[in-house]
Design a protein around this ligand. Structure first.
Ligand code: SF4
Length: 182
């Protein structure tokens, strides 16, 4: 009788179809959480108060952290893109859009294989202009919140795990997380 593939084999069966640079199988315990991240969101982030996918529109940070910890596994992946100039906002925006599109496709693969998941990425880019706060979200099932909005210190996490975040001048690196049960 042939053995059932384990969850890593299932993921490896589809992940190479995507232009992922690096990936890691983790547990929530390996992520660096801090309920102080919302202070950084509020003071430093251009998404804050501008999107249904980000604070203060989403639930309080302790609820977000609990939602992450309710899953048994985390899949972390990165993509890289060469841009003419990392300071060129439009060029980086297009690269980020590609990463978000790929994240939604990989999320769908996880849902197909493992059921309910939680995907976090670089922030919702589904609409040219977010309806927040004047009208309901146009795509509540598809929108992705940022990793930081869920109380995760992603740069500290990446550093601890040895994730490559510096690929040289004019190369941007984006990270997403998929929480799943297996
Ligand atoms: S899907 Fe559209 S309306 Fe909803 S959070 Fe994203 S940008 Fe805003």
């Amino acid at each position: 009788m042939s053995e059932q593939p384990d969850f890593k084999q299932i993921v490896e069966g589809f992940i190479y179809d995507y232009p992922v640079c690096e990936f890691h199988f983790l547990t929530p315990e390996e992520l660096v959480f801090s309920d102080k991240v919302r202070v950084i969101c509020r003071e430093d982030c251009t998404h804050y108060g501008k999107s249904w996918a980000c604070p203060p529109a989403i639930r309080p940070v302790d609820g977000c952290i609990a939602a992450c910890r309710a899953f048994s596994h985390v899949f972390l992946f990165t993509s890289v893109a060469q841009v003419p100039d990392v300071m060129n906002f439009d060029a980086c925006l297009e690269a980020r859009r590609d990463h978000e599109r790929m994240t939604r496709e990989i999320k769908a693969q996880f849902e197909k294989n493992f059921g309910k998941v939680l995907a976090l990425s670089t922030g919702c880019m589904l609409c040219d202009t977010c309806t927040y706060p004047d009208a309901p979200c146009r795509h509540p099932e598809e929108r992705l919140s940022t990793i930081e909005s869920h109380g995760i210190l992603i740069m500290e996490t990446a550093s601890r795990l040895g994730v490559t975040m510096d690929c040289g001048n004019d190369v941007v690196v984006y990270i997403s997380l998929i929480f799943f049960n297996a």
